[in-house]
Design a binder for this molecule. Sequence first.
Ligand SMILES: Nc1ncnc2c1ncn2[C@@H]1O[C@H](COP(=O)(O)OP(=O)(O)O)[C@@H](O)[C@H]1O
Ligand SMILES: [Mg+2]
Length: 284
Amino acid sequence: MSAANQQEAELPGPATTAPLLRIESISKRFGTVIALDDVGFEVHAGEVVALLGDNGAGKSTLIKIISGSLEPDSGKIFFDGQEVRLASPAAAKALGIETVYQDLSLCMNVDVVANFFMGREHHTKFLGLKILREAEMQAETEQAMHDIGINIPSVRASVEHLSGGQRQAIELCRFVHWGGRLVLLDEPFAALGVEQTRRGLDLVQRVKKQGIAVIVITHNMLHAFQVADRVVVLRHGQVTGVRDASATNPEEVVSMITGEWTRQASEQEPGPGQHIQGEASPSP
Ligand SMILES: Nc1ncnc2c1ncn2[C@@H]1O[C@H](COP(=O)(O)OP(=O)(O)O)[C@@H](O)[C@H]1O
Ligand SMILES: [Mg+2]
């Protein structure tokens, strides 16, 4: 048995497989503000990582870098073991990396099927005309929604009549259906009610079970612990803690977010706590 076969025979899991995404020493400044300072972490296929940190910690900046909306000043990004340059959202998307927002990328005045196939429509040529294969696309959309456990009244409903949670579910389902591999969610439940949030959390679990990697930013510690396998904490642009969710608790994570934990730890080793940012003193 070759080494590769042997590896496959073992139970796949974050501890035994190579990471899908690995970032190394990522730094990003905006003028005098250091948004990210030497940030590194990894995410595996089928793993949910919760990215936590106070306002201004650098979470959104990091998500934008991973999704190709912003380029870092320095650092490396590896995807599938290869170093990559994510110079645009299209470049990230081509690798299967995408941010799913609540409704930014859906077309409100057309139905779910049209949104699902946007830019990828099935056509038939007839007398020189392009005819959309509507029935086929509807069936494929319904199947995809069914497979991932999303219930909406009709895929022929215009998206504007659906709730925020349903729109998010459609986007996630579309992402999975078209070969997505790493999905980034920036505060996905912020505008959702209790029931929609519960469904959203369930959906994240089902997406993960399909082998997709998920990075989710949330302020809600309860949500983080409900979905995450691992917790990564950012503070003042630096990673101040990485924990298996099962090996930490909300109190410890809060102390990493606020810096309390760093101050305690720095009694044993020098910590990154001296990094002070000028949010209160905007550059001229
Ligand atoms: N486009 C920008 N121009 C200037 N400063 C920015 C910009 N984006 C983010 N920042 C600053 O970078 C820091 C990190 O911001 P952000 O990544 O949005 O944090 P978070 O999402 O954790 O709240 C903050 O100090 C913020 O003000
Ligand atoms: Mg943010």
